[in-house]
Design a protein around this ligand. Structure first.
Ligand SMILES: [Ca+2]
Ligand SMILES: [Ca+2]
Ligand SMILES: [Ca+2]
Length: 339
């Protein structure tokens, strides 16, 4: 086997450990380096050794060695090539969504030229740091469904989630200082957008949505404003409850989000909610249409005035067009009556 070529390398840390009374050693590597790490561990039995590999082809196929943690994306062909990525010591549902805007990495090298971009070592460095700094870090486990967002297209993320059997709870970790479009699945998702003006759609389920930095983050809901209640949790956190209608959007927690798009209305600012002094109510109590005075029977037709950019229009209030009657007030209306 090729690893015999590494024997002298393998021996070096062992003699160093023996000569320096070191009680713990961590081994790590990426791709082929990860495979070598697995063989190193296979040849060095003992609790003083622990290993983390990234994008390893899982060379030893030994899922029972829990001194090792194999980290890789299911959509990294090298990591998933063994077909044994559901081993006990391997991540099983980590994904990355890399958009075309990342075809060139930060050093200017085309990411997909030599290896699939999902296999890039820089991508793994990014993902690891991204998970470590997530507010959800303590909740993310080895078998959690995680999508590392590196795309501007929400559909890239949505496609990954919907392609997985059972549509699981998903952690979606957006990019800092970029305007993300982050779309959750049917289950209870944890979506973290960080800096930039982000567009977040939790979808069905009870979702946690955090817009992070940025003054213009938007949460999207599927039905009209009248169907939702709110509850203020603190000065930047709001619970949005899909209380009426089909209720499919569930109860979501919105943090650091400035705007809400309902199907019939875009709330340009949530300041009015937070400053209302009412801790819990329907959105329509604050933003609903104000009552108007309906006066049946008044109608008017105005001719087009194309010179001034006005099309012709019909004004009628209180009656459907087919019920229109001759306005009894027509003879008494002021000629310049406008509504
Ligand atoms: Ca962002
Ligand atoms: Ca969801
Ligand atoms: Ca939801």
């Amino acid at each position: 086997m090729f690893e015999s070529l590494f024997n002298s390398l393998f021996d070096s840390p062992n003699s160093y450990i023996a000569n320096n009374s070191i009680s713990k050693i961590w081994v790590t590597g990426h791709s082929l380096g990860g495979a070598v790490v697995e063989h190193f561990m296979e040849n060095n039995i003992g609790d003083q050794y622990s290993a983390v590999t990234f994008a390893s082809p899982q060379a030893t196929l030994d899922g029972d060695d829990t001194r090792i943690l194999n980290i890789g994306y299911e959509n990294d062909i090298v990591y998933s090539i063994s077909g044994f990525s559901d081993k006990n010591n391997s991540t099983t549902r980590f994904f990355t969504a890399i958009g075309s805007e990342h075809d060139v990495d930060e050093t200017g090298i085309p990411t997909g030229d030599f290896t699939p971009k999902e296999h890039s070592i820089l991508g793994y460095v990014y993902s690891t740091e991204r998970i470590l700094k997530s507010q959800f870090y303590n909740q993310i486990k080895k078998d959690s469904f995680v999508v590392i967002d590196q795309t501007d297209k929400g559909d890239d993320i949505k496609d990954i989630i919907s392609s997985w059997f059972g549509d699981p709870d998903t952690f979606i970790l957006g990019e800092d200082n970029r305007d993300d479009e982050l779309i959750g699945g049917q289950a209870d998702d944890f979506i973290e957008a960080l800096g930039g003006n982000d567009f977040i759609e939790g979808g069905q389920g009870n979702d946690n949505l955090d817009g992070g930095q940025g003054d213009n983050d938007v949460a999207v809901f599927t039905q009209i404003l009248d169907n939702y209640d709110y509850r203020i949790i603190n000065e930047n956190t709001l619970e949005v409850i899909h209380a009426r209608g089909n209720q499919q959007d569930g109860t979501d927690i919105l943090k650091n989000i400035e705007n809400i798009n309902f199907s019939n209305l875009k709330l340009g600012s949530l300041d009015d909610v937070f400053s209302s002094g009412v801790e819990q109510d329907s959105f329509s109590s604050i933003f609903g249409a104000k009552p108007i005075l309906i006066i049946p029977g008044i109608g008017g037709t105005f001719a087009a005035d194309l010179e001034n950019g006005h099309m012709d229009w019909l004004l009628n209030r209180g009656v459907a067009p087919e019920d229109l009657q001759i306005d009894p007030l027509v003879n008494t209306a002021l000629p310049n009556l406008q509504c």
